[in-house]
Design a protein around this ligand. Structure first.
Ligand code: MG
Length: 382
């Protein structure tokens, strides 16, 4: 898939007030168009961005690397056609067409449109109408309108590139949006969930709403969320000829007993990550009562915790693990343990510490009845 965004910004709309078209008006310290462009250019996998401007506005075009700037026609349809033409020869297979007056677009909405294009030639965000609808005349309510099946359309509206190009070429003009053009050509358009925040600046009051939303989003971005978790685990020695510690098989005169492979260090690190996420511990996710985890390799648990962190928007900042035992000696294996753990944690080895201590022959570790491990993990909002 080669993805392009087409930003339609050739309109002269001044219903929003001001001396210049709304896309050039200031909003929270930048121009409306700059916000919208920034929002769409965050899209993962985006190959091309086309900006369609009015010929009078070419000198206002942002100096953004890789941006294709073209001029639009007298109508919205003509501007979209000009933008689609500008993508010819770029290998574009999917195109998202967006209104410049929707600067609060989020990645979530864009992602839903892109995903729906896997199964449909067109997809667009919308919100169901929830207010009661009236008809009115002369200041009086003249009737009501059933809202069942009614949606408020948003953008970006996404399409298979050649299909929407052909649809525009065949359309007589005057469509309200690209979904109308697509449907006229017989294309199915999937409805995906829009967002109330993805508002279209139309009236003067919309600037204040958009500014509040953008300022809030920026504050959220600037506040890095750091999570800290700890983990502690103990396994008892039993018969055997090796122990698994932090993913490394260490020859030893005894083994560690446990339901899984008893990798006490990896368990402590896994619990530290679950702890940082406030997601309990290994036992919650892999109950010891469940026979399928008997003898399980502990990387299954750690990988689950790392995946869970990623799913909740975190990456691993660093991990520090201390093994407490008299024997085996950890030093000769520490580098291999660091490397094995870094691979599973998907971070550079210098973000992983594996160290060891004895307990001065005191307590159960001192008597060599078992090995204990403590670990700390930081998670950083991705
Ligand atoms: Mg354990």
């Amino acid at each position: 898939m080669t993805l392009a965004f087409l930003l339609v910004a050739a309109g002269r709309g001044t219903r929003a007030g001001g001396d210049v078209p709304k896309q050039w008006q200031p909003l929270a310290g930048r121009r409306v168009l700059d916000w919208t462009l920034a929002a769409i250019r965050q899209t993962p996998g985006l190959a091309n961005t086309v900006l369609v401007l009015h010929p009078d506005d070419l000198s206002r075009a942002p100096d953004a690397p890789g941006l294709i700037v073209t001029t639009g026609g007298a109508t919205r349809d003509a501007s979209v056609r000009a933008g689609l033409d500008a993508l010819e020869g770029t290998g574009t297979t999917r195109v998202l067409i967006h209104d410049v007056a929707r600067p609060c677009l989020t990645q979530a909405v864009t992602a839903r449109v892109i995903a729906a294009l896997d199964t449909h030639p067109g997809a667009a965000p919308a919100l169901p109408v929830t207010d009661a609808l009236w008809r009115g005349a002369d200041g009086l309510v003249s009737g009501t309108q059933d809202r069942t099946g009614l949606f408020r359309a948003q953008t970006p509206q996404g399409f298979h590139f050649e299909a929407i190009r052909a649809a525009h070429a065949a359309h007589p003009g005057g469509a309200a949006d690209d979904v109308e053009v697509a449907r006229a050509a017989g294309l199915d358009v999937a409805i995906v969930e829009g967002e109330e925040a993805n508002l279209k600046i139309t009236l003067p009051a919309d600037f204040a709403r958009a500014e509040a939303l953008l300022t809030k989003a920026e504050e959220k971005d600037s506040k890095m969320d750091i999570r800290l978790g700890n983990g502690y685990d103990v396994h008892r020695f039993g018969p055997g000829d090796h122990v698994m510690l932090c993913g490394v098989r260490v020859p030893h005169g005894r083994g560690l007993q446990g339901h899984s492979d008893a990798d006490v260090g990896m368990h402590a690190v896994t619990d530290a990550i679950y702890g940082a996420l406030a997601q309990g511990d290994i036992g919650r996710h892999f109950p010891p009562s469940d026979p399928q985890w008997k003898g399980a390799e502990s990387h299954i648990f750690l990988t689950h915790a790392v995946d869970l962190a990623a799913a909740q928007g975190y990456r691993i900042g660093n991990v520090d693990c201390t093994l407490v035992c008299e024997r085996p000696k950890i030093g000769p294996h520490a580098d291999a343990m660091q490397a094995a753990m870094a691979t599973l944690l998907r971070v550079a080895p210098d973000r992983v510490s594996v160290k060891a201590t004895t307990s001065e022959r005191l307590g159960f570790t001192g008597r060599e009845e078992g090995i204990a491990a403590i670990a700390t993990a930081t998670l950083v909002s991705a």
